[in-house]
Design a protein. Structure first.
Length: 453
């Protein structure tokens, strides 16, 4: 207790100085207390340190930079052999508290993920080499719920959990793989990662790998110089160069040709690109976010996608839930789309309670995109309120709770494999399909492999 009180007095005595008092900490766990000031609890965060978890935290000014390391010159000196002399620094960036690695030998980690720079948030586990710390919030009043990113509509638990993961990953530099069915809003999720991270001021460049002719893939991603090939009358700046200091979103990444996957892997490892027909390398600073609706594990197992590239792109992964996983969000989505269409058509667009109930029971294989198109078609044809008949003129569909698979006739092996493929496709991944079938993932992979033989 005496040691903590001495530390507290040292910090309090330095309140008016230009640099924090230097202190020595043992290798025991230190708690980093992160709590908002009274003036602006949503943004103005102050950091306080408590060496032994006893007593209240001692607040520090977020404007100060705290150098953490094992050197005598460190503001917070940590006597741990895994901590570098100048390991990391912690301070405010105007939007929150940030930890930044200073080229340490053993790395700085946030929740087990090695980072170069990341925002700190309550509940985050901070690692400096082998030295562990925890970030906690100290606030008398609960923090208000954060609003959803633009275009991302939903209040269900599964959707909010996905948003929480996006916010957690937004401040990191690692690549993110977004997995989800067609029409679930993967590009909106990618834009949210960009907008809520430190690269928000940079460009966001989206490339649909499924819409590029195979012969133009390399030029679209890496660019080309004038005269590089027939028809190259002028130089073209590739997507990587256009996304410099921002985010590059590679949609439908599974469609990338196998030959180009090795070149993409090299760019991700070296952070340099060479335009087609060029000789000079260009340094690029880009965060890559990719997306797919295909089961990547199966593509890797079949040799259609490089495993090393898959693991490079999927350092962090987020599953985007389909509408079947969050049917309670359908009324909120319908209200949002109705307001958008009313502004577009210049007249009110209203869905009746019966129409909402019918939509909530409907299966939407195309997810949010299909739901919006359904409402668009109905509003374009009908001027009055939209009920079940206007929304579904072909008649009611089977409720979402009734699941059925259409399997073409054939041999038992062909029908069995087709059934497994349909389950995997609807689930969005082999992992999810295995959970639905209540079998280990390895068993499902073996079934798919045996049936293909």
């Amino acid at each position: 207790m005496k040691r903590r009180n001495n530390f507290s007095r040292a910090l309090q005595n330095s309140a008016g100085s230009q640099r924090p008092t230097r202190v020595q900490a043992s290798s025991e766990a230190t708690t980093l207390h992160l709590h908002p000031r009274q003036s602006d609890p949503a943004r103005d965060l102050a950091l306080a340190l408590d060496l032994d978890r006893a007593g209240g935290p001692v607040a520090l000014d977020p404007a100060r930079i705290i150098l953490v390391g094992s050197a005598p010159s460190a503001d917070l000196r940590i006597g741990d052999p895994t901590v570098s002399a100048r390991h990391a620094r912690i301070g405010g960036d105007g939007r929150g508290m940030v930890v930044e690695d200073l080229g340490s030998t053993n790395g700085t980690y946030v929740d087990g993920v090695r980072v170069q720079r990341a925002w700190l948030a309550p509940g985050v586990r901070l690692g400096l080499g082998g030295f562990q710390a925890t970030v906690v919030a100290q606030s008398a009043a609960p923090r208000p719920r954060l609003s959803n990113p633009p275009g991302m509509i939903g209040s269900s638990a599964v959707f909010q959990d996905m948003l929480a993961r996006l916010r957690k990953f937004a401040g990191l530099a690692q690549a993110v793989l977004l997995r989800g069915e067609t029409g679930t809003g993967k590009e909106l999720a990618a834009r949210a990662l960009h907008a809520e991270g430190p690269r928000a001021g940079g460009p966001f460049v989206a490339v649909n790998c499924g819409a590029i002719p195979e012969g133009l893939f390399e030029s679209e991603l890496f660019g080309h110089v004038r005269g590089a090939f027939t028809g190259a009358a002028r130089a073209h700046v590739g997507a990587f160069a256009r996304a410099h200091r921002g985010t590059l979103f590679l949609d439908e990444i599974a469609e990338l040709p196998l030959g180009l996957q090795a070149k993409l892997l090299r760019v991700l490892e070296t952070r340099r690109v060479v335009p087609v027909g060029g000789e000079q390398e260009q340094a690029i600073d880009v965060r890559v976010v990719s997306a797919t609706h295909q089961p990547m594990e199966r593509l890797v197992a079949e040799g259609r996608f490089r495993s090393d590239l898959y693991h490079r792109l999927g350092v962090l992964a987020v599953d985007i839930p389909g509408l079947s996983d969050r049917p309670g969000d359908i009324p909120e989505l319908v209200a949002h789309f109705a307001a958008e269409l009313a502004a577009e058509f210049g007249r009110p667009v209203r869905v009746t309670e019966q129409g909402l109930r019918a939509a909530a029971l409907r299966r939407f294989p195309g997810n949010i995109r299909e739901l919006r198109n359904l409402l668009l078609r109905a509003a374009a044809v009908h001027d009055g309120p939209l009920g079940p008949h206007e929304l579904f003129p072909a008649g009611p569909a089977a409720p979402a709770a009734v699941d059925a698979l259409a399997v073409p006739r054939g041999t038992y092996a062909a029908m069995h494999r087709r059934m497994l493929e349909l389950v995997v496709r609807e689930a969005g991944s082999i992992r999810k399909a295995a959970a639905q079938l209540d079998v280990p993932r390895s068993t499902l992979c073996a079934w798919l492999k045996d049936e293909a033989a």
